[in-house]
Design a protein around this ligand. Sequence first.
Ligand code: CO8
Length: 262
Amino acid sequence: NASIRYENVLVSRPDPAVALITLNRPKALNALNAAHFSDISMALKEADENPDIGAMVLTGSDKAFAAGADIKEMKDKTFSEAYMSNFLSNWEVISKLRKPVIAAVSGYALGGGLELALQADILLAAPSAKLGQPEINLGVIPGGGGTQRLARLIGKSRAMEMILTGRIVDAEEAERWGLVNRVVRDENGVVEAAIKVAQDIAGKSRVAAAAGKEAVNAAFELSLAEGLRLERRLFHSLFATKDQKEGMMAFAEKRQPQWTHS
Ligand code: CO8
C-alpha cells in the first residue's frame, strides 16, 4: 500500500484492487495549476502501473470536482510561453491509461475540470454536480478536449450551447443528455457508487478489461471498418490468454472464474 505522497492529491485504497485519487486543493476549488495537474497525472500513472490495482476512481470535494484550469496562473501567459512550453501537452494522460477510470463528480466541474472528467471511462454525478465550459466568459475556448469530446458525447447543438454561452448544466440535465452515466441519488453518495463500479471492474480479467477499453476508445479514432477489424483482432488475441481459458472453463463447470490476469 506504500505510495508516493502528493501535495495536491490524496491517494487511498478503499479496496486492495482500487485506487481512489482525490483532488485536494480546496482553497482554489481544485483549480488545476501545473503542480496540481502534475500530481494528478503522476498519481493516475502510478496506479495504472501497479499490478495490484484493477481500476481507479477520480474525485474531488463535495463543493468542486475541479473549477477549471487555474485562471490566475494562466492569465499572464504569452503565446510564445504557451507554445514553447507546449502548455497542456501532458493533458491526454487519462486517455493513455490502460486501466479503467471512473470519475465521481460532486459540485463544480468547470472548464478543464469538466474536460478532466470527460477523459474518464465512466462518469457518475452527485445531485449537486454543475458541469460547464465557461471559457467563453474568459475570452478563450476549451483547450483540454472539451469541444471534441462534448460534440461526440452530447451532439453538436448541445455542445455549441455549452461552449458558446458558458451555461452550466445541472446533474439532471447532464443525465438526460448522456453527459454522465447516471446521477447517484442514494445516501451513500457518488464516491461509494464509483468505488463499487471500480471494484466490479477490478474483479474481472484485467487483460480483457484493458482490451475492452482499447476497443471502445478506438471507436472515437477509427472508421467503422477499421474499428471492427481492430475489435476482431483483439477478440482473437484474447484466445491466447489464460483468463479466456479459465473464464470459459469456469462457465462450463458452473463455478466462479479465478482470474490470473494473464
Ligand atoms: N482558477 C483559479 N482560482 C479559482 C478558480 C480557477 N478556475 N476557480 C475558483 N478559484 C478560486 C477563487 O479565485 C477563490 O479564491 P480566493 O478565495 O483566493 O478569492 C476560491 O477559488 C473560491 O472561489 P469563489 O470565491 O469564486 O467561490 P464561489 O462559490 O463564489 O464560486 C465558482 C464558485 C462559480 C466555481 C467560481 O469560483 C468560478 O466561476 N470559477 C471559475 C470557473 C471557470 O471559469 N473555469 C474555467 C477556467 S478556464 C479553463 O479551465 C481552460 C481549460 C484549459 C484546459 C485544461 C487545462 C488544465
